[in-house]
Design a binder for this molecule. Structure first.
Ligand code: PHE
Length: 347
């Protein structure tokens, strides 16, 4: 029996040791490490007791085993309880540390916006897109033929002057009008044709309302029985969507070599409603674009039979529409990239 009383003393010694050691532990990691030194089957204080079973006389083995198991369970429970307590505390500390204060006001991010020209271009594309127009992307560098000759602009026309056009060589130039794209489209395709063609154009011009580079949107419809009425109908829809439901259009006779008849299209003044103001210079009308019925010579030159088909064409100044719509009085403001100006226009 000496072995059992010896064991009993040893076990109470181990118990009090574990109790006092556990009191100094401060984390779940500490519990884990200490648990190993106690429970490990080779080196652990309790774990190794089982290995000593071999030395115990046979008749005492059962009691010995029972006592060792008891302390083993006791220690296990202690470690588990401590572990759970630390883990809960550590979790809470982590949550506290990583907590997000949802009431904190956010840092204001300045929202960007598209350039006014891009906004207007997109609006115009949407409007004509909804009427079934397709987009044709033309070339910024053109030949004299596409920009002038094929559009029935004769050799001695003033637009061909070096002072108005940027020539790259006697043959090549920077297109002065998106109308050059009309010819490419009509050469490549038989009617029905219904395209718009937005893009940059270049003219040697520079003042408050003119810039050497600006943007146009060409429109071209060719089919059987197309008349000026179709043009006015489409443009009426266009101005109502861009300038407001109460606006309407008026056609005035004009001249372009590639259209016959040719017209200037005015929109009723959206600022004064037609009474006359500074914007419309007292007339109640504002000129917004040039247009007309495609000249038979141009159709025939592109291989489209003008006895069968007729067409209409229009050219919208995108910058001009943006200036009118957003009250910009100098075209330079559209090219200076001053965010104080551009940031005000978010349509
Ligand atoms: N290309 C002409 C211009 O730049 C506008 C226009 C286009 C006129 C189509 C008639 C038809 O002034």
């Amino acid at each position: 029996m000496a072995e059992l009383s010896e064991l009993s003393a040893k076990l109470s010694e181990i118990k009090s040791q574990i109790t006092s050691n556990l009191a100094t532990i401060t984390s779940s990691k500490g519990v884990y490490e200490y648990r190993k030194t106690v429970m490990d089957s080779k080196e652990g204080k309790i774990g190794s007791l089982m290995r000593e079973m071999g030395k115990i006389p046979k008749e005492l083995k059962a009691d010995y085993g029972k006592m060792v198991n008891e302390i083993k369970n006791w220690a296990q429970d202690k470690f588990d309880a401590m572990d759970a307590e630390f883990k809960a505390r550590e979790m809470k500390a982590r949550y506290d540390k990583e907590a997000i204060d949802v009431t904190l006001p956010e840092k204001r991010q300045k929202k960007g916006n598209l350039h006014p020209n891009t906004q207007v271009r997109n609006q115009i594309v949407d409007i004509f897109g909804s009427m079934g127009f397709q987009i044709y992307e033309g070339n910024e560098i053109e030949t004299d033929y596409y920009n002038f000759t094929a559009l029935n602009i004769p050799q001695d026309h003033p637009a061909r002057d070096m002072q108005d056009t940027f020539y790259l060589s006697p043959e090549f130039l920077l297109r002065t009008q998106t109308s050059a794209g009309q010819i490419h489209v009509m050469e490549a395709q038989q009617p029905p044709i219904k395209i718009i063609s937005p893009g940059k154009v270049f003219r040697s011009d520079d003042d408050a309302t003119h810039s050497p580079m600006f943007s146009q949107m060409e429109g071209l419809v060719v089919d059987k029985g197309i008349t000026l009425c179709d043009l006015q109908g489409m443009l009426d829809v266009f101005v109502k969507k861009i300038f407001g439901e109460e606006t309407s259009t008026r056609l005035r006779p004009s001249y372009f070599p590639f259209t016959e008849p040719s017209v200037e299209v005015d929109v009723s003044c959206f600022q004064c409603g037609g009474k006359g103001c500074k914007l419309c210079k007292g007339t109640g009308w504002i000129e917004v674009l040039g247009a007309g019925v495609v000249n038979k010579k141009v159709l025939d030159g592109c291989g489209i039979d003008s006895n069968v088909y007729s067409g209409l064409a229009f050219g919208i100044g995108i910058d001009r529409i943006a200036m009118l719509k957003y009250g910009i009085n100098n075209i330079k403001l559209l090219f200076e990239s001053d965010l104080r100006v551009l940031g005000q226009i978010d349509d």
